[in-house]
Every structure is written in structure tokens, then in C-alpha cells.
Design a protein around this ligand. Structure first.
Ligand code: NAD
Length: 386
């Protein structure tokens, strides 16, 4: 082939190599799965000059606006958006003029793409913003997702999706009505070790799962996380939700009932409005049991499945990096990835190619439904059916 000429396939291969992309076959989730499928459908032998190939094959990166510039947006999402291939940080929504100035400088954001909570709805007139990513305290998710949908934007909403199922319904309806996609910030669906748990469990590699243990706790919660009105609850809403998720994707099954018990409050002032810790059990129709724990005063991080012919586990299971896995056959040898970059790229590609997201609003709604049942079981001491 003449120098300066690329086939589409070569171009895509080069793009993947440059980006250091690892394709995870088991899930079918990879940043370039859609592009590659489109590529596979191309007739062989099409040769274009490099600039033409670029124009044809590299669609515009979608612009993301982050709403709420707190720890997660600043510490994880904005840095991840420097590594994404299909989307970039195009705008911000903040109530703090100081933060606006700082982010504008740090991320080179034009004045026209900086909003506050009052003028946020005018984002509808901004063609740079394709996706709004809501990273606010839990109780504010519903309002901003609905406003983003009404502004004609696709939406990513952080977990937990909302604090009630009714709110989730409104969010899903608003996005449907606007014809926009809604996904939840479930980064672990793009993380190789957690995907491996899903693959081992759902494909019954070690036979039927009999029991899952899922623990997630951290010791340093403060601010709105301790205020039931803004958080919807305590560690269950914040980190216990990962246990519910882990059990659901490892087993591929839905709980039919829950029982729960609140732990003692060693600091009743700090934990005046939310639980300090909680243990709960989820029952499944086939007899499988999930034993779960969450806490704001104890560090815990485990997802372990015990099956007929072996076991598999992640410890730690849920952090941004350093996840480690093993099975009854030995250690998992899987790469660490930038979970948030993969998650946002996958959504951008889903939007661009009009395919469903693997982490839709309906998944977030089901988790909120289960969380509400767990709180009801905790408060009443009764077994609560879901
Ligand atoms: P944070 O407190 O650091 O940031 C919250 C932001 O919301 C701040 O910038 C704050 O100024 C703004 N805000 C606007 N209105 C507010 C109000 N009325 N009260 C308080 N803050 C207000 O919180 P965070 O840790 O960034 O969490 C934000 C969201 O992201 C939560 O829903 C949380 O569950 C989620 N989160 C997800 C992950 C993950 O791994 N997916 C990790 C951390 C947080």
C-alpha cells in the first residue's frame, strides 16, 4: 500500500494500539466494540487517504458537562475525561464562582460552557454539550436529571440513582419523553475483575452459586452523607449499594425478599439521622442467599461467591484501583483500568451509535427499590418481600 494511505481496518487498529485499549471479550463491552462491529461489516479493500479516513472514522467527541464539582467530579471524573476517546469535558455547572474560575483555567473550559444552578436550563441552547453528568448529593439527582432531559441532553446520573423509586420513575419518564438516554455511574460494570465475577457467576463456571458475601464499609463519611434529607440514608445508600449491585451482577438474579438489622451507634451525635452500620440478607427464589454488610465506621471491601464446585472473590472489590481477585483455582490475572474513562466512553459510544447502555436507569431504579426494602426491613424487623 502507498505511504500515507490507510485502510479503515488499519486505521482502527492503529487507533486501538495508540489508545492502549484492551478488549474484554466476555462482556462484549469495550470502548470500540461498536466501531469494530461497524468495521467488520465494511467491504474489504476500501482504501482512503488518511485525512478522508479520519473524517470518516473519527466522529466528533461528545461533550460532557459535569453538574456538581465536588470530590468525585474533581478527583475522578475530570481527570478520567482527559483519557477518554469518545467524549471530553466540555462544560461545568457549579454554584461557586471560585470553582468556576479554577476549573476554567485547569480544564480550558470556555465561558459559554460554564453554568450555575439557576441558569442551568439554558444549557439546552448549547450544542457543545451532548451529555449532562449529575454528580450532586443523592437527593438532588432527580431534579437535575429531569432538568437535563428537558434541556434535550443525554444523562449520566451518579449512584444511588435517587432516594425513592418514585423519583427514579420520574427520571426515567423524563428521559424517555425527551428521547434521551439515561445511565447510572456504575463504573464497576467496566472493570475487568468485576466483569470476571459476572462471567464466572452467570455462566455457572463453578456450578450454582449457593451463597454470596458482599461487604463494603468506609470510615470517613462526613457532610451531606450524614444528613438523611440529602443522602436518603447512611452507608447503605452510599457504599452498601455496591454490595447490592455486586450480588445482582455476580448471580444474574434478583432478590425476592430481605431481612436487615441496624448496627449499634457508637457515635449517636454523628449518626443522628442515618444508620452507622447495617447487616442484611437477600433471599433468592432458588435458595441462594446473599449476606451483606455496610458501615461508616469500619473498612470492609469484599465480594465473594461460594458455588457448588468452587469459589471466586474480589478483595478489595469496589475501589477505583487495586482490585484483586482469586478463585478456588488461583489468582485472577487481569489488568487495572481507568473505570470512569471506560464508563463514560461506553456511554458516549452508546449515544453515538444508538445502542442501549449496559447500566440504564432501570438498573438504578431496581437498586433503589431493593435499598428501600432493606430500610423497611431494618425499621420493622420484618422480612420484606421485593
Ligand atoms: P461532594 O460533597 O464532594 O460533592 C458534592 C457537590 O455538590 C459539591 O460540589 C457541592 O458544592 C455540590 N452541591 C450542590 N448543592 C448542594 C447541596 N445542597 N448540599 C451539598 N452539596 C451541594 O460529594 P461527592 O463525593 O462528589 O458525591 C457526589 C455524588 O457522586 C453522590 O451521589 C455520590 O454517591 C456519587 N459518588 C459516586 C462515586 C462512584 O464511585 N461512582 C464515588 C463518589 C461519589
Amino acid at each position: 500500500m502507498e505511504p500515507g494511505f490507510y485502510s479503515r481496518r488499519q486505521f482502527l487498529q492503529q487507533l486501538s494500539v495508540n489508545a492502549g485499549i484492551t478488549i474484554i471479550g466476555m462482556e462484549g463491552i469495550s470502548m470500540f466494540s461498536t466501531l469494530e462491529m461497524a468495521e467488520a461489516a465494511e467491504p474489504a479493500g476500501i482504501i482512503e487517504s488518511a485525512p478522508q479516513a479520519l473524517a470518516a472514522e473519527v466522529p466528533r467527541k461528545l461533550g460532557i458537562a459535569l453538574v456538581g464539582l465536588g470530590q468525585y467530579a474533581g478527583g475522578q471524573l475530570a481527570p478520567a475525561l482527559k483519557e477518554t476517546e469518545a467524549c471530553y469535558l466540555a462544560g461545568i455547572v457549579t454554584g461557586s464562582p471560585n470553582k468556576a474560575r479554577q476549573w476554567k483555567r485547569q480544564y480550558n473550559i470556555p465561558d459559554g460552557n460554564i453554568y450555575n444552578y439557576d441558569n442551568f436550563d439554558s444549557i439546552k441552547d448549547n450544542p457543545d454539550i451532548d451529555i449532562v453528568y449529575v454528580v450532586l448529593p443523592n437527593a438532588l439527582h432527580a431534579e437535575y436529571v429531569v432538568r437535563a432531559a428537558k434541556a434535550g441532553k443525554h444523562v449520566i446520573c451518579e449512584k444511588p440513582m435517587a432516594i425513592t423509586v418514585e423519583e427514579c420513575d420520574r427520571m426515567i419518564a423524563a428521559c424517555k419523553e425527551a428521547g434521551k438516554m439515561l445511565s447510572i455511574g456504575y463504573r464497576l460494570h467496566f472493570e475487568p475483575h468485576n466483569l470476571q465475577m459476572k462471567q464466572l457467576g452467570q455462566n455457572k463456571v463453578y456450578g450454582e452459586i449457593k451463597k454470596i458475601k458482599a461487604y463494603n464499609g468506609m470510615g470517613d463519611a462526613q457532610g451531606w452523607r450524614l444528613d438523611k434529607k440529602l443522602a436518603g440514608g447512611g452507608p447503605l445508600m452510599d457504599v452498601g449499594i455496591y454490595c447490592v449491585q455486586g450480588v445482582r451482577y455476580t448471580s444474574g438474579r434478583e432478590p425476592i425478599a430481605v431481612t436487615a438489622k441496624e448496627g449499634p451507634k457508637t457515635d449517636p451525635v454523628k449518626f443522628a439521622s442515618v444508620e452507622q452500620s447495617l447487616t442484611w440478607q437477600m433471599e433468592f427464589a432458588d435458595g441462594m442467599i446473599a449476606e451483606c454488610r455496610t458501615s461508616y465506621s469500619e473498612e470492609m471491601n469484599l465480594l465473594r461467591a461460594e458455588a457448588e464446585r468452587g469459589w471466586f472473590e474480589l478483595s478489595p472489590a469496589y475501589p477505583y484501583s487495586g482490585i484483586r481477585g482469586k478463585t478456588s483455582d488461583g489468582p485472577m490475572k487481569l489488568p487495572q483500568v481507568n473505570q470512569q474513562a471506560r464508563q463514560m466512553d461506553d456511554f458516549a459510544i452508546a449515544v453515538r451509535s444508538d445502542r442501549p447502555t449496559p447500566v440504564p436507569g432501570e438498573m438504578g431504579r431496581q437498586d433503589v427499590k431493593i435499598l428501600q426494602a432493606i430500610y423497611k426491613a431494618m425499621e420493622t424487623g420484618q422480612r420484606v418481600e421485593i
